[in-house]
Ligand binder design. Structure first.
Ligand code: CP3
Length: 345
């Protein structure tokens, strides 16, 4: 029998001799081999629609660093794009929607979601799964319904999401309708990713921090929970482990255990000691080195890694990751040093 890969063992809350390692945004602009391919595309989303190219991009960090898990190369905004909101990525600006949701009529008039509009993503999953050895699991993902709704209402990134915040308080019922639509679309989308070959799911609630505790419960957690329950109830998806990443949710990460995910991915400013106390024997933990640590001298990186590994020494189900994505200004050699240090320690 082949040994279960470390990453999947950790998601089962089993101990490993060294923690499995992968990094959020392990593929991306900090890698010269990524930038070379990226320069051939004007619009980032056009690149996401090419399954051969995306397969190559997903494999780049695996080749370079010999990581323990691969993540599908795509973006969370493929779903709003499939709802015909016109998602574009402008240089230096991040995502821009040409047809954002700016009134309740736009919610009522949203088209129904057709999962086959995202068949380029499932094709990419098949390609990556076919190219990876069975010892390396492949992570599929989606944005949380709330995070997708926040981008769709705001029409792109923003410091404070002021429009979104006033829209949801004035149009609570219609916002719930939008969130329900996105939840069902996320389920269909993840199910197709599972059929195509993913081994684990990560749900990104990157804009959890915009809501107060009560809003978080009714606009975000409720729908993450619905999504997880749909996945757990379906014969095709029920055995696929689920990781939830939520950035600074008001009311704390313990609320996320209500959804019963296999793993919680910590944002970098989350207290490790209290997370360990809260989550031990409940879920696996993924995280959570501050990505900015990768700008420091190797001696500092080593020290930080040592502290982190020691804290998780007796935690069954630990996955080493950063507390958010690798930024474009990071030297790939630092990522190599980090990876080697974790394995040495
Ligand atoms: O290795 C990987 O993780 C690659 C796959 C991946 C991307 N985006 C590729 C990407 C994943 C898992 C994502 C998730 C994603 N996308 C999130 C959740 C994680 C988080 O960061 O909180 C969010 C919020 C997005 C939305 C998004 N995509 C933004 C705001 C931006 C622009 C800002 C930025 O970081 O560039 C993107 C673009 C994007 N997605 C890039 C990549 C590699 C860079 C695009 C480029 O090369 O021009």
């Amino acid at each position: 029998m082949i040994d279960q890969p470390k990453f999947l063992r950790a998601l089962d809350k089993k101990a490993n001799s060294t923690p499995p390692i992968w990094y959020m945004r392990q593929a991306g602009r900090y890698l010269p081999e990524y930038r070379k391919i990226r320069s051939k595309f004007k619009n980032f989303l056009d690149m996401c629609k090419d399954p051969e190219v995306c397969c190559e991009l997903a494999l780049q960090p695996i080749r370079r660093f010999d990581l323990d898990a691969s993540i599908l190369f795509s973006d969370i905004l493929t779903i709003p794009d499939a709802f015909n909101l016109g998602v574009e990525f402008k240089e230096g600006e991040g995502p821009v929607f040409t047809r954002p949701i700016k009134d309740v009529k736009a919610i009522k008039n949203l088209p129904s979601f057709n999962p086959s509009d995202l068949s380029y993503v499932y094709k990419c999953v098949k390609n990556i799964r076919g190219a990876l050895p069975m010892s390396i699991p492949l992570i599929g993902f989606c944005g949380s319904p709330w995070t997708l709704a926040a981008y769709s209402l705001e029409g792109g990134s923003s410091k404070d999401f002021a429009f979104t915040r006033s829209f949801i308080s004035e149009n609570s019922i219609q916002t719930q309708q939008l969130l329900k639509k996105y939840t069902d679309a996320c389920f269909e989308y993840l199910k197709e990713q599972v059929i195509a070959g993913i081994d684990a799911i990560q749900i990104f609630d990157s804009w959890a921090n915009l809501l107060n505790k009560q809003e978080y419960e009714s606009f975000s957690l409720k729908y993450i929970n619905d999504l997880v329950q749909q996945l757990k109830a379906d014969d095709i998806t029920k055995n696929i482990p689920i990781i939830i990443f939520a950035r600074q949710p008001q009311g704390g990460i313990e609320q996320l255990t209500d959804c019963k995910p296999e793993c919680i991915s910590l944002f970098w400013d989350e207290s490790i000691d209290s997370s360990i106390k809260l989550l031990k024997n409940k879920t696996a933990i993924q995280g959570s080195l501050n990505p900015m640590t990768l700008k420091e001298d190797n001696s500092i990186i080593y020290k930080e890694v040592k502290t982190m590994i020691e804290k998780f020494e007796n935690y069954p189900g630990y996955i080493f990751n950063l507390g958010h994505g690798i930024t474009p200004d990071i030297d790939p050699d630092k990522v190599k040093f980090l990876t080697d240090s974790i394995r040495e320690l």
